[in-house]
Design a protein around this ligand. Structure first.
Ligand SMILES: *Cc1c(COP(=O)(O)O)cnc(C)c1O
Length: 370
């Protein structure tokens, strides 16, 4: 017989998932309910309103994809791109690369703007891309690159994209509910996020929002969306309140958890939550820099909730990272791509964003690096 499930409680300080509030865990263990139960339909309406409030948008087409952040990414791209469409994808880490891969699979002509990992895309780079491809249908960027810890400034880029008549698509997976992400103010046409980063809900759901302009692009498609499951012309009817039509079975328990985590975010207040992430980031720097850790990213582009830091010289990063997990139950992330074996990705997201978390990490490191 397999043993009863007893996962070891961990302190999650990697690139996600992050720690989850006890009330969110409790919500997940509530009795199940039918996904077409009027009470659940009402709950989905409330979730939609809470997603609008946290994305700072009034977009009517705002909903939650039943799938992780990558499913949100794929939802935006498969609905907005058709074979032959030109798009510009800005790549400065893993997730920009993933967007380009998906856009290519949609049959779009992908124009890549490549930037060194750890840096952000400069407006001048986008200008050059727009000189070569003046009328793209869509320009996509990652707001918070979790593979590098860089935070992309959006406002100037947004203006350039709209001046070119293109749709602006943004990956807000790691920025959502951790740093300012202002969907309406920044004129973002398509945005997706994930539940397990600064929202501090379990992984597996992806909040998404489309502007009126993006909805028009969807309505004007010449071809059917190649994915049935992610086709918004079908999915949107599932998120339309009492008129709701069966599409798939919503992950009921996960939506309960999402509801509770969104309620906690709104109860704290977005501005206070952003300030908390900024303040704990500074505290982390004050604890680790004197130990010899140094940041990859230039200070003004640093993502407070995901800290990419090189270890002081002479230490075997994998050995210490494994000891943190096995002896102290603390998870931090290793580096990706060129940074594998060279740096750590230390997440202080949502419930994992407290002085206590930083103290636990710094204390354990002081013992391990003696
Ligand atoms: C985590 C992440 C994703 C993918 O989310 P999954 O839930 O792992 O599919 C996409 N983009 C960014 C920036 C992320 O951090």
């Amino acid at each position: 017989m397999p043993e009863k499930l007893t996962p070891t409680p961990r302190i999650l300080m990697g690139p996600g998932p992050s720690d989850v509030h006890p009330e969110v865990l409790k919500a997940m263990s509530s009795p199940l309910m039918g996904h077409l139960d009027p009470e659940f339909v009402q709950l989905m309406d409330t979730v939609k309103a809470m997603v609008q409030d946290t994305f700072l948008t009034k977009n009517p087409l705002t909903f939650v994809v039943s799938g992780p952040g990558s499913a949100g990414m794929e939802t935006c791209l498969v609905n907005l791109l058709e074979p032959g469409d030109d798009c510009i994808i800005c790549i400065n880490g893993v997730f920009g690369g993933r967007m380009a891969d998906i856009a290519g699979r949609c049959g779009a002509k992908v124009h890549k703007v490549n930037t060194e990992w750890g840096k952000v895309t400069e407006p001048s780079q986008l200008k050059k891309a727009l000189d070569e491809c003046p009328h793209p249908k869509l320009v996509a960027l990652v707001h918070a690159e979790t593979s590098t810890g860089a935070l992309q400034p959006m406002e100037e880029i947004s203006e350039m994209v709209h001046d070119a008549g293109a749709l602006l698509m943004v990956d807000g997976v790691t920025s959502y509910c951790g740093v300012p992400l202002k969907v309406d103010e920044w004129n973002i046409d398509a945005v997706y996020s994930g539940s397990q980063k600064c929202l501090s809900a379990p992984p597996g759901l992806s909040p998404v929002s489309f502007s009126a302009k993006a909805v028009k692009a969807l309505e004007n498609r010449k071809s059917k969306v190649q994915s049935w499951f992610l086709d918004l012309s079908l999915v949107k009817n599932y998120w339309s309140g009492a008129k709701r039509a069966y599409h798939h079975t919503a992950p009921v328990s996960a939506i309960f958890a999402l509801y509770e985590s969104l309620r906690l975010v709104l109860d704290e207040g977005l501005e206070k939550r952003w300030a908390r992430h900024h303040e704990v980031h500074q505290y982390l720097a004050s604890q680790l820099e004197p130990m010899g850790f140094r940041f990859l990213v230039e200070e003004k582009y640093r993502l407070p909730n995901l800290n990419t830091m090189f270890l002081p010289g002479g230490y075997d990063e994998a050995k210490i990272r494994n000891a943190l997990l096995n002896q102290y139950n603390i998870e931090v992330g290793g580096g990706l791509g060129d940074f594998a074996g060279k740096l750590w990705r230390i997440g202080i997201m949502g419930e994992s964003c407290t002085h206590n978390h930083v103290n636990m990490l710094a204390g354990a490191l002081k013992e391990l690096m003696k």
